[in-house]
Write a protein that binds this ligand. Structure first.
Ligand code: FES
Ligand SMILES: [Fe+2]
Length: 323
């Protein structure tokens, strides 16, 4: 770990609201697969950085820094896919999507040595994800497949929802261990019993709770599994099985792009749609708290509170500096 004494804290996004850097190390969603056809080129802004995502002619998605390494044109505005590369609209320099290296300058006798940053990119669960690391280190873990979202898994077609939220995921996601808030924010009839467990980059929390249904309260088990700071799977087993893929990508030091993908056990009728509507309204109950709360480095807790200490120790592994 690098000491913060040598690092510009403002550049890291350590500000009055948050004592931790804005951009943790991990895998982050930047697009949904269905929104990126072969040959598509899109401008993005995440991690306070201009980026471009494109799908090459073989079907592979690539993410690179947006600005052309020649004179800085934005490749997401007029760039064209050619094979596995992108050609700049300004003077037609061509950049490899996987490595970022310069492949062609149509009017040069000799190619200069130049490249742009190509971000490690994977695509699974219908999501295009990039690896962000503050020191540009290679990925240290992988994102798993979520089989319930595959075709013929017996679940409804995944439904996707987005929010731009004035918060950082590692603050919002303390919810995972905050069993008390389920009662007061989400209206569970009881405070769930919560069993968190850390395995390297994974945080798994099992909550045993009661949920209100039209037929009265029933027991439900809710398991959240975080794979690093940007990707979470939630499975709810109760009257109807539900799986959610939750992602959060920092846009800048103030805002995050949060997406939830829901799939519900397909029991026919509109039970699934009703369940998703209920989960969405529950999520929206969290928003006013998240967008306006302060982050206390040393909160005052009581014996009935969740395992915040365990959560905060786990999340520190995703930063390249002490804080
Ligand atoms: S700025 Fe891209 S080729 Fe010149
Ligand atoms: Fe919540």
């Amino acid at each position: 770990m690098t000491e913060t004494t040598t690092v510009d804290r403002t550049r890291l996004g350590i500000n009055d609201r948050y004592p931790f850097p804005a951009y943790p190390n991990g895998w982050f969603r930047v697009a949904y697969s269905k929104d990126l056809a072969k040959g598509d080129v899109k401008a993005l802004k995440y991690f306070g950085t201009d980026l471009v995502v494109f799908r090459d002619e073989e079907g592979t998605a690539h993410v690179t820094d947006a600005f052309c390494g020649h004179l800085g044109a934005h490749l997401g505005h007029g760039g064209k896919v050619e094979g596995c590369a992108i050609r700049c609209p300004f003077h037609a320099w061509k950049w490899d999507g996987k490595t970022g290296s310069l492949l062609d300058v149509p009017y040069a006798k000799r190619l200069p040595r130049a490249d742009i940053k190509a971000w490690p990119t994977v695509e699974l669960n219908g999501i295009v994800m990039v690896w962000h690391h503050a020191e540009d280190k290679a990925p240290t873990f992988e994102i798993p497949l979520v089989p319930e979202t595959e075709k013929d898994a017996g679940y409804t077609e995944p439904s996707e929802h987005y929010w731009k939220i004035r918060s950082r995921w590692l603050d919002m996601n303390e919810n995972a261990v905050d069993n008390v808030h389920f009662k007061y924010i989400h209206g569970t009839p009881v405070i769930p019993e919560s069993f968190p467990e850390v395995r390297d980059h994974i945080l798994e929390v099992k909550n045993i709770t009661k949920m209100t249904t039209p037929r009265g309260p029933i027991e439900a088990v809710l398991v959240t599994i975080d794979h690093g700071p940007g990707f979470q799977i939630v499975r709810i087993d109760g009257a109807i099985k539900t799986v959610m893929i939750n992602t959060a990508t920092p846009i800048d030091e103030h805002y995050s792009d949060v997406s939830f993908t829901y799939a519900v056990e397909d029991k026919g009728g509109n039970v699934g749609a009703a369940r998703i509507k209920d989960l969405l309204s529950q999520f929206e109950n969290d928003l006013p708290v998240w967008e306006n709360k302060a982050y206390f480095k040393k909160p005052r807790l009581c014996d009935g509170d969740g395992k915040f200490g365990l959560y905060r120790k786990w999340m520190k592994q995703f930063f390249s500096c002490e804080w």
